[in-house]
Ligand binder design. Structure first.
Ligand code: FES
Length: 139
């Protein structure tokens, strides 16, 4: 790789990282005893098919994606790509990493590498219109 290719690759990677960070604005939330509780009706994105919400729990540096699933449930995923740590973007049915092209499904499973491991997933439970997310037990 010559110097010009290196610079172009570096600029492309930086642009991808910036794009990944800006696709959704994070909503600050306050955890209680390690859990976040979201009243779904207060977040219209969670009621839409393939809706996505980005939350930033107080005290954490990294936001999370809350994704509406086709079966009415939700997946709560870390946006950090398991390849080299870039931020993935939600793109309809998939999550795409702008850095090297890894692709995940909305449950965090790898559809295309180079990533080999799924995105970290946080347990969540929906009851009476309230989605409870446990921040302590990501898998
Ligand atoms: S950091 Fe995501 S594919 Fe490399």
């Amino acid at each position: 790789m010559d110097r010009r290719e290196f610079v172009i690759l570096g600029l492309g990677t930086m642009a991808g990282m910036l794009t990944g960070c800006s696709s959704l604005v994070a909503t600050p939330v306050t955890p209680v005893a390690g859990k976040v509780r979201l009243t779904v009706r207060n977040f219209p994105a969670l009621s839409r098919p393939r809706g996505a919400l980005k939350i930033l729990p107080q005290g954490q540096e990294t936001p999370l994606y809350v994704l509406a699933e086709d079966d009415g449930g939700y997946a709560v995923l870390s946006p950090i790509c398991t390849h080299l740590g870039c931020t993935v973007d939600v793109d309809g049915a998939t999550l795409l990493c702008p850095c090297h092209g890894s692709t995940y499904d909305r449950r965090g499973r790898v559809l295309r590498g180079p990533a080999e491991r799924p995105l970290r997933r946080y347990p969540s439970h929906l009851s009476d219109g309230v989605l409870e997310i446990d921040l302590r037990e990501a898998a």
